[in-house]
Design a protein around this ligand. Structure first.
Ligand code: HEC
Length: 92
């Protein structure tokens, strides 16, 4: 039951993202919210931005962080998985 629910949640998230294609800002915000909620308890967001900007394998890092205890739901994993494939932010 639980697994089924998270699969539905994940596909809803994908549908929402597909629907919002071309609306990059709101997706950006969504990914940002996930990071703020799930990733910044142990270290600052600048650490994540730095790794992302410098071309590290963020999918691998995300898996490593989940192993360390980052508690991402299925749809949050999807959001970040797509976010890491988007153009990387430029370092100031
Ligand atoms: C349970 C604590 C914890 C959570 C939650 C967590 N991290 Fe981390 N993260 C760490 C620790 C500890 C390190 C330092 C590892 C090291 O210095 O080798 C780290 C390091 C990193 C790094 C630097 C790795 C590198 O190679 O430069 C990135 C990027 C990162 N985390 C991203 C994330 C993301 C994205 C999330 C959310 C999905 C997240 N972290 C959630 C504990 C956490």
């Amino acid at each position: 039951m639980y697994i089924r629910a998270s699969v539905v949640a994940a596909s809803l998230a994908i549908a929402a993202i597909a629907h919002g294609a071309g609306e990059g800002v709101s997706f950006e915000k969504k990914a940002h919210d996930v990071i703020a909620k799930r990733c910044t308890g142990c270290h600052g967001e600048e650490r994540i931005t730095a790794a992302f900007s410098s071309g590290k394998d963020m999918r691998a890092i995300q898996m490593e962080m989940q192993r360390r205890g980052a508690n991402l739901s299925g749809s949050e994993q999807e959001v970040l998985g797509i976010y890491w494939k988007r153009p990387r932010p430029k370092q100031p």
